[in-house]
Every structure is written in C-alpha cells, then in structure tokens.
Design a protein around this ligand. Sequence first.
Ligand code: SF4
Ligand code: SF4
Length: 424
Amino acid sequence: MADYRNMWDDLGMDLEKHDLLCEALPDAFHEVYISQQDRPEGMDYYDFVVAEIHGVRPAELVEHRKKGGKVFGTFCVYVPDEIIFAAGAIATGLCGGSQFWVPGGEKVLPANTCPLIKASVGARLDKTCPFFRLADIYIGETTCDGKKKAWEILSEDVPVYVMDLPQMKREKDIAAWTEEIKLFLNKVEEVTGTKVTPEALAENIKLIARKRKALERLYNTRKNSPVPISGRDALLITQIAFYDDPERFSSKTNELCDELDKRIAEGNGVFPADAPRIMITGTPMAIPNWKLHHIVETCGAPVVVEETCTGVRYFENSVDETGTTLDEQIQALAKRYMKVNCACFTPNEGRVDDILRLVKEYKVDGVIDCNLQFCGLYSTESYLVQQALKKAGIPVMHLETDYSEQDSEQIRTRVQAFLEMLGD
Ligand code: SF4
Ligand code: SF4
C-alpha cells in the first residue's frame, strides 16, 4: 500500500494499532484469494481495491470533504443510499467484518453480542479504520436489539441518526417507512445544507439502479455450470460494492461480466461442472469475513449464491423510476426497500420463498444456513428455514460461527461431511 500515514494521522487514527491490522491483511488475502486457480483477469481491480483498502477510497472521501462534501456511514441495506447521493453526499458501508476489532467492541458491549456489532463498535472506538473516522454521521436503524443499543454507545463519540424500521409489512408499516424516509431526507438536507430536488433524486435512483443491475448481471453468470467465478470472488465484489464509488463499481463489474460471458460461451469454469453447488443463507458477511466461503470452496464445492445482505438481498428488486415528484419517488423507495426480507421482520415468509426460488434459479444442491454467533434473529429463524428446505427435499446444514479461526477446522469437518452426503 502507498504511504497514507499523514492522512491516517490527520484522521486521528491509532497508527501503531493500525499497523498490526495492515500487517495481517495481505497474508489472509493471499491465502483466500490470490492462491485460487484461473481467477478472471477482471478481479485485478478488486484485488487493487483490497490492497489499497485504507488508502485510495478514503483519500477520495477526504478530497470530497475538503470541498465541503459530507460522508454518511451506514450499517444496513435498508438505508436508502439514493437520498444521500442526491444531496451530493457519499454513502459508505461501515459494517465490521474482522476479528481484529472485536476486543475493542467488547470493552463496552456484552461479550454475548454478535461479532458484527462488536467489530463495528471496536473499529470506531479503537480508531483503526479510516472509513469509521471519515463518516460525518452514522446512520443506524432499529433492526435488532444489539444494534439499537450500540447506536446509543456510538453516539457518545460520533453523531448518529437512527431510522425507525417497522418490523411487519402491512400497508400501515409501508406508510410508516415512507414517512421515515421523508424524515431521513430532511436530516440529509440538514447535514449537507443541500435541498434534494426530484431531478437529483431521479438521477441518483438511476445511479444506484446501475450498481444493482451490475451485481445482478454478475450473479446471473453464477447460474451457469461450470460456474465462471468463485463464490469467494463474488462475495468480495459485493463487499466492495458497499463503499466503492457506485459509477466506477458498475463499470468495472460490467467489464468483468463481459469476461465471464466469454468464459461461459467457451465452457470454462473455476470448478468442475459436477461439483456440488452450494447456497449460503443467513447473516451478512462484512469485509474481510471470507471464512465460510474459503472453507466450503477449499473443500471442493463452489458457493453459487448467497441469500444474505452481502448477497442477493443487497441488489434484488428495483425502484420504480416513473415518479416525478419527491412524494412519488419516496413512495417508490419505500416499496423497494420493504421488499428486503431481513429476519427482523415478523412474519418473514418472503425470505423462505426467496431461498426456495434461489435454489431453483442457481441449481443449488445443498444449502448452508449460517448465522453469526449471538444473532438471536437469524438463529431462531433457522428453524423455519430448515423446515421449509427439508420439506422441499433440499439438503441443509446449520452453522453458527464468529470471526475467529478457532472453529475453522471443526466447520471444515462438518462441511466435508455435508458435501460427501450430497455426493451420495
Ligand atoms: S441482516 Fe437485517 S439488519 Fe443486518 S444488514 Fe441485513 S437487513 Fe440490515
Ligand atoms: S447479525 Fe444479527 S445480531 Fe448481528 S447485527 Fe445482524 S441482525 Fe443484529
């Protein structure tokens, strides 16, 4: 990585601690990514983004702020990026995916909090992530209990605005979410000092739609057999989508898809055509959480789709672009975002329907239902997910894990047994 020490220093980061994080990442990345065979050439861009993860994009955000622009940090796929960009601000994902940040979170949170929340809080309080330093304001949401309380703790250190997400999907809930998005728009205008016009919102609804379409195109290539790209690489691309410049991301992802289309036409893949095809469903996998994908794929089976927020939940469903007034556009946004099926909703039958649909679309042989440790929502919903899959005759295994490597060998053994069972 180029020398960004001055920038990190100016951002108030703990440079010594940050050095430890920077030392660990290249080895982990090499083991999980660079060691793969026959990677598409288009992965060079994403490899570069990771190599410069705390440099290039943060430097762009610093420039944006120098010109008076604002940065909004987000933690959930329900937060409408379209509004943030329409006010000339930049949205960046902040979910923490590294064990490195967990002890920092545990200083203020109970140990039995999910690692995603602990890592996100630790990344801020330990001052070891430039994105967490750069965001002018964090946007939280009322999805799970751990997050709701974490916002209160984080707000002692950084401005936090919380969106009140309804947890049912009746008409009145969609109306309430529409109102909540209006309040959010007001907040974005207040923070940026910029009035959001229908023209700007229309333009940025299209900008985010291009990003979603590029991801959809990428995932569609994974429906082929042999699969032209590994699940690890697809996961990395989706993780990067949360904080890269949306226009550049769309263009690079479409370039990669052109290459993948050629591979498909030539019948080239990264796994044998008869390897068992795996779907992962459950909690999000924030960068650099590549643990389960790495285990599954080094056991010989490609992950062909993720029913997670770092998978199809992030890009499926589009915003109706016909609205010309702010009211119409906000309604269209509310409808689209309420189609996301997070376990924080009750009932959440749409998620089970999605899983069964994706099994067919991606020709899945077996499903791994995996939740982060101490995630009460997803671990409880697992009962219904497993029941539906078993009823449909689709093999499923449930796993619970965290960001540490302690259980990796145990998970590997269980995954191997599951794959053997699929081969019988
Ligand atoms: S799992 Fe639920 S709370 Fe977490 S990012 Fe996804 S939608 Fe948001
Ligand atoms: S993984 Fe579960 S507990 Fe953790 S933030 Fe997401 S919904 Fe909350």
